[in-house]
Design a protein around this ligand. Structure first.
Ligand SMILES: *Cc1c(COP(=O)(O)O)cnc(C)c1O
Length: 478
């Protein structure tokens, strides 16, 4: 039985408030503006509080459940980030306030730009893009502007088949021809195939690294050299920087543009479509094309520099999701350089620990040292009819948010697992036990897994129908 929605709990005439009798003459609204029917639910305050509190408890969240959602870096978000971003000096200022009144906020943006340049090995940073994919769009717009300037009409964007789906999607949104590079047997870019595809018509190669297989590209320097030889630009999808933070820098591999997901690596709440922050860093030769404004330091203090005649313009109102920039900087400063490095070490250690422990029970298509995540396959379980989706649903019964499933596409029945560095050994061991148990269930009692989840208010929804024809209305009496 699904829980009742708030309209079903309504009782005619019940009120959640009591007002004192009117002590001024009543004034009525113009007749034409008064609504005759307004079917709002009628409940007491307590009923409303319970309804929404109970609903909120049906959610899975990082604060309540282990959440190994591959590629999404659902790590713990320290509460101090929210506390500080809520300071009135940050939360209460207006984007149109003159620079001299918001020096602190501008200094914060400037510092974050400098720090992100250092972390990525880039020369300049824009904080404007509001998400990872938005950073990609910004980067490709800059690449387009750059080649226009050079009077070169390059039509192709190369993406390895292990890249994140937003890479080809962004490139085709801009009208580029997207060409896929095959992975080799070790899960890296197939260099021979790359050579066949490279030409003076290639605008850029977009590399997700670590790839969606959780693997570090072993030939990254060679790829970088070959793309540059043909005059192409190297784009680094750094959404998953967790794995290399403080240890290696995309700028040092020869990359010209990188985007980061502050809302992954730098611990900002995300998921559910909330706002993100996808700053991009670029090498000097691309700096003139950055979106404006850029926080800058002048003789009279900090200011927003709009003096970039070749800029691609604005990609977001004002200058990015400012309070997320606050959270990101607080997190970075709280960690310090050693702490950032420790994040990379522990996220990689945790992922490898899980990968080794799960190997006896699930297929592991790329069996080599992984970075922050890894991909197993439910192919073995499929022989009993149990698929990756069923395993994901069964995990809900054990109080664990499922990993990413059916991605990357190059692995059949993929389960992409990212524990992050913030989980304890006890939590990881519990997850291993549960995955072992589910593998056993898939052998002995497959129907238990096939019919999961058994513990949630709604079991299985029709995903395709939900995506193609969402019906989000509730019609009383229907
Ligand atoms: C999450 C992710 C993106 C997209 O980021 P959004 O903020 O969701 O737009 C791009 N690339 C990789 C590798 C990612 O993990």
């Amino acid at each position: 039985m699904p829980p009742k929605i708030i309209f079903e709990k309504s009782v005619k005439g019940r009120r959640g408030y009591r007002l004192p009798p009117l002590d001024v003459p009543p004034e009525s609204l113009p007749a034409g503006m008064v609504r005759e029917t307004l079917d709002l639910p009628e409940l007491s305050e307590l009923d409303v509080v319970r309804h929404f509190t109970q609903l909120s408890q049906q959610n899975f969240s990082i604060d309540t459940h282990f959440y190994p959602l591959g590629s999404c870096t659902m790590k713990y978000n320290p509460k101090v980030n929210d506390e500080i971003s809520g300071f009135s000096g940050f939360a209460g200022i207006h984007p149109f306030q003159p620079a001299e009144q918001v020096q602190g906020a501008l200094e914060l943006m400037f510092s974050l730009q400098e720090i992100l340049s250092e972390i990525t090995g880039m020369d300049a940073v824009s904080l404007e893009p509001a998400a990872g994919a938005h950073g990609e769009l910004t980067g490709l717009l800059m690449i387009r502007a750059y080649f226009r300037d050079k009077k070169e009409d390059r039509r192709i964007i190369l993406v390895p088949d292990s890249s994140h789906g937003t890479n080809p999607a962004t490139a085709s949104m801009l009208g580029y021809d997207v060409v896929q590079i095959r992975s080799d047997a070790r899960g890296g870019v197939d260099l021979e195939h790359l050579d066949k595809l490279l030409s003076e018509n290639v605008a850029a190669l977009m590399l997700t690294n670590p790839s969606t297989l959780g693997l570090f590209e072993e030939n990254i320097l060679e790829i970088s050299k070959r793309v540059h030889q043909k005059g192409g630009v190297l784009y680094y999808d750094g959404a998953n920087l967790n794995a290399i933070l403080g240890i290696a820098r995309p700028g040092d591999f020869g990359f010209d543009i990188v985007h980061l997901n502050l809302h992954k690596t730098f611990s900002i709440p995300h998921g559910g479509g909330g706002p993100g922050a996808g700053p991009i860093g670029v090498k000097k030769y691309l700096e003139p094309y950055l979106p404006i404004p850029i926080a800058a330091k002048g003789t009279e203090g900090y200011f927003l520099n709009e003096n970039y005649p070749k800029s691609i313009g604005r990609v977001k109102a004002y200058y990015g999701n400012f309070l997320h920039l606050v959270r990101g900087l607080v997190y970075i400063l709280a960690q310090g350089p050693e702490g950032l490095k420790r994040i990379a070490e522990l996220s990689v250690l945790n992922a490898n620990y899980l990968m080794k422990a799960l190997k006896p029970y699930y297929d592991l298509p790329y069996d080599r040292l992984c970075k922050h995540e890894f991909v197993i396959s439910a192919n073995r379980q499929k022989k009993n009819g149990v698929r990756a989706l069923d395993i994901a649903k069964r995990l809900l019964d054990y109080g664990i948010h499922p990993p990413t499933v059916y991605f990357p596409l190059i692995v059949e029945e993929a389960l992409m697992i990212e524990p992050t560095e913030t989980e304890s050994k006890e939590t990881l061991d519990h997850f291993i036990d549960v995955m072992k148990k589910i593998a056993e269930e898939a052998e002995k009692t497959p129907e238990l897994v096939l019919e999961a989840p058994h513990s949630t208010p709604v079991a299985r929804v029709d995903d395709v129908q939900a995506a193609r024809k969402p019906n989000l209305c509730f019609n009383i009496g229907n």
